[in-house]
Design a protein around this ligand. Structure first.
Ligand SMILES: [Fe+2]
Length: 146
């Protein structure tokens, strides 16, 4: 095997590992709350950029149903608005210059023991356990204008 193939593989493995760490840090940090509708500064952003909380939730759920690895709600600094983005693997990031605020892990390992193939019910449980105070703290930390 030519050396360049090994180098490419190493870089790919490194980004997969780092992405996996960062994705799961977001995921676990904003779980453990009471779910419900968004509170704090992200609520008006979601309503502005998706039309309603329900429309955002339905869109993120559909995004999560379609992805292999992740679905994010992220603030895109270039467009200055929220988007739901699909991610295929730990290291297939959706876009540059966007900050994830909600990270939904849809790899089978996230739900299969509890929900088997019922990913939709897992996503509902994910929403029911989001900690909006943590997400609000990120909106403040990143100084996202609301
Ligand atoms: Fe995971």
């Amino acid at each position: 095997m030519p050396p360049t193939a090994n180098v490419r593989s190493s870089f790919s493995d490194l980004t997969f590992a780092i992405g996996g760490v960062k994705n799961h840090e977001i995921y676990f940090e904003h779980l453990g709350g009471g779910g419900g509708d968004p509170t704090g500064p992200i609520a008006p952003l979601i309503e502005r950029d998706f039309g309603s909380i329900e429309a955002w939730r339905a869109d993120l759920k559909a995004t999560g149903m379609g992805g292999r690895g992740w679905a994010w709600t992220a603030y895109d600094w270039d467009e200055q608005r929220l988007f739901n983005y699909i991610g295929d693997a730990q290291n297939t990031f959706p876009v540059w210059n966007a900050t994830p605020l909600v990270a939904l892990d849809v790899y089978e390992h996230a739900y299969f023991l509890d929900y088997q193939t019922d990913r939709a019910s897992y996503i509902d449980a994910f929403f029911a356990n989001l900690d909006w105070d943590v997400i609000a703290s990120w909106v403040s930390k990143y100084q996202i204008r609301t």
